[in-house]
Design a protein around this ligand. Sequence first.
Ligand code: PHE
Length: 469
Amino acid sequence: MSKNSSHSRAQWGSHFGFLMAAVGSAIGLGNLWRFPYLVGSYGGAVFVILYLVLLLIIGVPLMLTEITIGQYGKTDPYGSYQRISPRISGFGSMALLCGFLILCYYGTIGGWVTYYSMVYLFSLFGGAGIPEGKAVDIFMEMISRPGIAISWHLVFMLSCIIIVLGGLDKGTERANKVMMPALFIILLVLAFVSMSFKGATAGLDFYLKPDFSKMSLSVAGEALGQVFFSLSLGMGAMLTYGSYLKADQSAKRNSVLIPSFDTMAALLAGFVIFPAVFAVGMEPTSGAGLVFVTLPEVFNKLPAGNLIGFLFFVTVFFAAVSSAISLLEVVVAYFIDQKKTPRKKATLSVGVIAALLGILPALSQGNGPLAKATISSLFGSPEWMSSIRLLNLAAFDLLDYITGRIMLPLGGLALCITGGWIMGKEKLLSIITKDGERPFKLAGVYFFIVKYIAPIAILIVFIQALSGG
Ligand code: PHE
């Protein structure tokens, strides 16, 4: 944690490498799976507008704050907060725990995506793919059969472990430098294909023409939660990536670039999904199943549908892996920096434990009769399944709720308290501007948001969400 030890600490090989890794962390299932289904469920364009507004006034300033805390701390979240003030090292512990918990359940969906990529890949070589009318069954079978749910979850986690084992520049940076540009190219191609279908304009209307009667505090709350999740804010990922950034690289510029790329990916996902969904006359409101159930049926109705399906799910796979490696890196960085654990040992232990714990949420999604029957045939007792249902929520939903609704907003609040109240205006701004060397026209507005606006907005949404909104 001392200045000396930071010399031997890993750093990004290039600025582009950092940017791609941070963009890789931000762009993930949140953009390609969660954003479209929230848009679909919360009234289309209204959600998009609220999301964009909150992203601009809260997401971007807090991104700058989080990267700055990391760049200043030059170490993992725990050490960075501690360096600012030992009183707030608990913020770091909370971030670590939150990152770890998200990683545990991220692998569930990561596994589904890996499975779908494979199904579509094999369909290009004569496999059945996802035949018409069968998307629901295939989805149910995947989440209900422990063999499928567990093994693909493990394959996904293994891919992440291998990349993080490779180290910061040879693993994470190199992988993202390939995956992120590929992701944008594929999304762009798919968006053009989707918008060229007959009947696509109904989808564009839904996506772009707001119906303001659908606006509410609860929709705003959902949008703010999505801003945090999508930008990987509030749980130490951007802090950790920022800590590998050299002091002379501008956090300010990155704090605009990362959300811009992230938003482009989310918006593009909408341009891929909604025109296609409407063109084949389906509904966009199927919630979490939109990507896994509705889309495959859409692909079935399209020319070269299997190829489109394969490209789509490979893209989602890239996005998910690049986010999961940032979650793993947060906890790995803690062990490397605080406990002096070698990277290999830290990555293997954290990765394997997260993968094993992740089996619970991976299994918890299949609770239908098919799941029970399969589980009883494999393990004898269908009842043990209920032991992974806590508080009547499936392990997956529980983790999603605790992290998304409680820990991420609290993590955001921690950023506001640290930047706005503990570091204070002078210190925070002098780090961002490098003692006035770099111009920062909006410094006053930025600080006012961090100190007052963002924490108040987060508190309102937080209390509203806890009271069941
Ligand atoms: N931002 C990622 C996504 O959109 C999720 C994530 C959250 C990754 C927090 C890292 C940290 O999917």
